[in-house]
Design a binder for this molecule. Sequence first.
Ligand code: ZN
Ligand code: ZN
Length: 256
Amino acid sequence: MTPLPAFADNYIWLLQDQQRVLAVDPGDGQVVLQWLGREPGLQLDTILVTHHHADHTGGLSELVQATGAQVFGPAMEKLPVACTPMAEGDTLTWGALRWQVLDVPGHTAGHIAWWAQPEGQTPILFCGDTLFSGGCGRLFEGTAGQMLDSLDKLGRLPADTRVCCAHEYTLSNLRFARAVEPDNRALADYEQTCKGLRERDVPTLPARLGSELEINPFLRSRMPAVRAAVTRHSGAAARDDAQVFAQLREWKNGFQ
Ligand SMILES: [Zn+2]
Ligand SMILES: [Zn+2]
């Protein structure tokens, strides 16, 4: 599994199965074509898309034209190329992998995620801009309640799932997470680990889902320590879990 850096902080994830290559959310076609050019004999044949934003779809037309790859994307969103529409419950077989589609609205209204369990390896999750290491996507089209449900759904996947996020936002997310949970020891340790990786220009991803459950405030918004911090910051107790989540997300939006 290869995270190809694109733009300022995107990753275009690539998977290889013998001569076949699968790409996820290719916002930049040139980055993928240059990689393929350095790997003679490999053929991009499948592209998975999580949501319609340009930094995830900008390379689709160029890649389809250059390679003839087939595109599989969210049924409820419009992409710049023809794609096979996918929604929760749908599966896609690619080589030995069977991808399962999850609906995860919140960042966009029709955002989907892709999960598969390779034989003899830990599972893989492509979650686009829904879940980041230490954070989650902004609520552009969905509600806080939808995003909370989507993160709950991802949080129930096997703990050893490799979380392949679409952006390297980890360090700035962890700075916020530390403001929310200053006494979380696992979080402090994880931040040190990630700082070490970034100093050497190594991706912090994939993250391990079980670790995210220990350190990511957006997966932990029902924990007493997180709730208390949100209440202190917003100055008013929330009615319900969705409102706690909304206040947490707003806190992050304004966090410097
Ligand atoms: Zn996005
Ligand atoms: Zn993005």
